[in-house]
Design a protein around this ligand. Structure first.
Ligand code: ADP
Ligand code: MG
Length: 288
């Protein structure tokens, strides 16, 4: 099998797209669970103030999450390392940094700090805050809000790789191109202002919620393949009621007991996520 060099650790994968409802959270949490099932130590960092990933891990953002359970203290400058916020989850091998609406405060705290201290690099706050976690985890999965916010920029700049989930719908496709361009411009600007290199090992598009029988989505799927060419991952997540049922029960396809739902559909959904996990695993090993 793959030998991992001792100095490398904590491959950081940010799941981002400034559209909502494209399966960012579903992809983040399902991949985290699949990678943990394959024996990797995983940290999930929820950076969406809506706290959907947090909710999928059974923690209620409104009732059970305070500043010290989220990245807020890191962004406000009260803490320099994110390890204060890490808690264990019910899922073996996965630790969690939660999110809650209070994380919106980061959108004010980060620019305020930048104004007070021009030497402060707001976009590197999370990157630096993950230094310790990179030694403790094999993979760090970051879920982001549906916006190109200060927090999302932090998540992108901390990443070794970016996965952009994209359902084959015309409007999602149109806005994904804008996200992609803004994201590349931004990285180039920040790289220039830092005078050093931030390379991404991979930036991949994950076709999500694909309905093979739907004519309109087949057309857009083709546009996606033509626009993003080799950047499109060779595995597509089918649109399936199994995923929807799982999230209605605050879980993922890996939480559902086998046989709890039509066996064929279940197998198809599980299979797609299993193969996706294997693919991401190969990417992680490639980064090592
Ligand atoms: P985002 O984080 O981008 O806003 P979510 O992961 O919350 O998106 O997914 C949006 C909705 O789509 C959720 O209700 C989720 O259950 C549903 N969903 C995600 N993936 C699938 C899928 N493969 N098939 C059907 N529904 C899905
Ligand atoms: Mg989400």
């Amino acid at each position: 099998e793959h030998m991992r060099p001792a100095e490398a650790a904590g491959t950081t994968i940010t799941v981002a797209n400034f559209k909502g409802g494209v399966a960012k959270t579903t992809s983040t949490v399902t991949l985290a669970q699949g990678l943990a099932m394959r024996g990797h130590r995983v940290l999930v960092v929820d950076l969406d103030p809506q706290g959907s990933a947090t909710t999928l891990f059974g923690v209620l953002p409104d009732a059970e999450v305070d500043h010290e359970h989220t990245a807020m203290l890191l962004f406000s400058g009260e803490q320099e390392d994110l390890d204060y916020a890490v808690r264990s989850s019910y899922w073996p091998g996965i630790d969690l940094v939660c999110a809650a609406p209070l994380l919106f405060g980061a959108e004010f705290a980060l620019p305020a700090r930048q104004t007070r201290d021009p030497g402060f690099e707001f976009w590197r706050c999370l990157d630096r805050g993950l230094d310790k976690a990179r030694l403790d985890y094999d993979v760090i999965m970051i879920d982001t809000p549906p916006a190109l916010s200060y927090v999302t920029i932090n998540a992108l700049m901390a990443a070794d790789g970016v996965i952009m989930p994209l359902p084959p719908s015309a409007l999602d496709f149109a806005s994904s191109a804008q996200f992609w361009d803004l994201f590349s411009d931004l990285c180039n600007q920040l790289i220039r202002s830092r005078g050093q290199d931030k390379t991404f090992e991979f930036i991949d598009v994950l076709l999500s919620r694909v309905e093979p029988s739907d004519a309109a989505s087949s057309v857009v799927r083709q546009w996606v393949l033509e626009a993003y060419t080799e950047k499109v991952l060779p595995i597509e997540i089918p649109k399936t009621s199994v995923a929807a049922t799982a999230s209605a029960e605050f879980g993922t396809v890996y939480d559902l007991p086998r046989g709890s739902i039509n066996a064929r559909t279940f197998a198809r959904a599980r299979d797609a996520f299993d193969r996706m996990c294997e693919l991401v695993e190969q990417q992680i090993v490639a980064v090592w």
